[in-house]
Design a protein around this ligand. Sequence first.
Ligand SMILES: NC(=O)C1=CN([C@@H]2O[C@H](COP(=O)(O)OP(=O)(O)OC[C@H]3O[C@@H](n4cnc5c(N)ncnc54)[C@H](OP(=O)(O)O)[C@@H]3O)[C@@H](O)[C@H]2O)C=CC1
Ligand SMILES: N[C@@H](CC=O)C(=O)O
Length: 312
Amino acid sequence: MQWNLMYDWIGCGNLGHCQVFNKPEAMGKVIDAATMLGRTTGLVIVDCSATYDTVGVLKDAVNHGCCVVLANKKPLTCAYEDFKKLTSHFRQIRFESTVGAGLPVIASVTRIIASGDPVSRIVGSLSGTLGYVMSELEDGKKISEVVKTAKALGYTEPDPRDDLSGMDVARKALILARLLGQQISMENINVESLYPSELGPEVMSTTDFLESGLAKLDETIEERVKAASLRGNVLRYVCVIGSTGCQVGLQEVPKDSALGRLRGSDNVVEIYSRCYESSPLVIQGAGAGNDTTAAGVLADIIDLQDLFQTRA
Ligand SMILES: NC(=O)C1=CN([C@@H]2O[C@H](COP(=O)(O)OP(=O)(O)OC[C@H]3O[C@@H](n4cnc5c(N)ncnc54)[C@H](OP(=O)(O)O)[C@@H]3O)[C@@H](O)[C@H]2O)C=CC1
Ligand SMILES: N[C@@H](CC=O)C(=O)O
């Protein structure tokens, strides 16, 4: 990674001049400055990218006393050791927006666990994109049409196949399962993809998928929606995290159920524990979109800054 050092910003008042250094001594100075700022001000590094590439920098950042806020799920869903390393600095990291965007899912789960109440099961619809797609399909629209709208509304991942493959939901499931103490990886999660491998990223670009690949799903999905409807059901992409395993995939659910009634980008999450056994804790609301995600990220930054204010 290239480290950029901007100079002329200390003590000269001229903010217009900057220079890029690639030398190791410059890199050392950037790290020293970040360490000082991290330890004294609670400097927060915010990762709103959609890449695995940031995990090394994030681990370095927490090691140097900086705080980290993530909307990006990928750094928490690679090796278990990386998840452990990042989340063991619990006063330095927040990642509420990785599950349910602005909804307080992570906060609720961590509070229940912190109170000593063991969480036995989490069930829900955790994809704003797939929630929106499934409810629009009920109204007779085509999947090729509604996925493009979901992208325009800011619900999808940069490549909507991340949503349609179930991988985005699987990442959320993995984060939650790991929070529950399960030392599992992506291979331990059963994931149902809504498109075949011949439409995958190895075969075609995102643009080609959206322009021509996606339409190949119209007929099959329409048949599944119609068949479910004849039985009084609707399709929902459901995530189940239990003590014996995790699975994410399409399920037929009654129209008049908590999952069946979901509309648009709403998520619903049911958390079962000893205290919430017969009547689970339910969190529901918009689960994707730029505004709600940005609000979740901002609330995390403020939460960490509050910890620093209290400490000072
Ligand atoms: N949209 C939503 O509702 C929610 C999104 N999130 C998460 O937030 C993240 C961003 O999503 P969203 O804003 O919708 O996606 P966007 O495509 O709008 O934004 C992704 C951004 O990340 C940048 N980026 C990609 N790769 C790298 C990299 N290697 N280094 C630096 N920057 C990079 C992109 O830059 P460039 O354009 O130049 O490639 C782009 O600006 C994702 O991880 C997503 O899962 C979480 C909750 C809800
Ligand atoms: N693409 C995701 C965005 C939030 O994580 C979704 O649709 O839920």
